[in-house]
Design a protein around this ligand. Sequence first.
Ligand code: FES
Ligand SMILES: [Fe+2]
Length: 381
Amino acid sequence: MTTQPQVITIVPAASPCSGAPSVQSQPTPMRDRCGDLKNYWYAAAQAADVDARKPLSVVIMETRIVLWRNAQGEPVALRDRCLHRNTFLSPGDITEQGIKCPYHGWTFDEQGACVNVPSEGENGKAYPNRKVESFPAQEAYGLVWVWMGGGQPDPQRAPFPMPHYQEKGWNTYYMKTHFDNGVTSLVENFMDVPHTVFVHKGWFRDRKKLKVDSTVERTDSSVLVTYHAQDAIGFTERVLNPKGLPMQHTDKFYMPNNTRVDYIYGEDERGFVITSTCTPINDHQTTVFTLISYKFGWANALFRTFLPWYTRQVIQQDVEIMANQGRSFKEQAPDFKSTPADTLHVFIESLREHAERDGKDESGRPVPKPRPMTRDVVFWI
Ligand code: FES
Ligand SMILES: [Fe+2]
């Protein structure tokens, strides 16, 4: 005969007198309800913003993380919440032992272990079994990336390769932009050609009632679009392409949060690549790191001052239209109507939704992955 263990349930006090917040009302953080979407490296910061003296606090998937560099210069990432009384650790100091909480001085090493409680001894006392959650972190392509999946990173899933970063002949720079919308909307926006003649009218492309033939391919982890029309990027065309070489325009989405837009002239002779990696703060806010890579030979020097200004204006137009759509989603959940011109949007949504639901339907039964397929899509701009 087995005896049932006695279960004692402690309901945390929620009275206003105690001052303790009710834990019952806390919603599940995004990280714990986004299925396979968490099992990737997410860009947390530009490498130059993470240093050895001043901790940096970032929020990824509703999880606050503190970043700094250890004595070897490697990035360290811990949950930004002290074990003791839950103060944010990030306003604290970095010491030889680790990060020291600004409230009572508990100190946590790179692995998150509590190495010193000052109030427990003349020189404090270690409680190595008390651990703040630590996250695998690494620097690549000028960014610091954090593995959000818990446990060890999947070796098949490296940080997204940001193209032409520090490559000979190419100039690159990053733009960090806050958007008031979620990742799915943003990656669709960055791939979306039809909006350019409205949102970026006069800046990037004007409506010319031009027919565009494209091919849209969905693989098991990407959506790849090739355009078969002669395209031109606004007023810059004559400077970008003095020889009038044919331009190849491709837009690519890579799971779960990356887009890459290429405008390449001739056989990679000149070109312009815009790569964005989107880091969700929550369902309605996202930090986007955009790498602008360009190769225009002698004209690179001309572009160095002009291009950062120009790209900031264009991105700002997207910030505004994305904030508009984001406000609409807050009032009412998305309910889209699509036409054939929206094929790439539908493909992106299918891949992200499947991952977000961990490949299962509402009752937990496995759902097959969206099938790879290719569609010819014609639209007008
Ligand atoms: S809250 Fe961090 S040491 Fe007390
Ligand atoms: Fe745009």
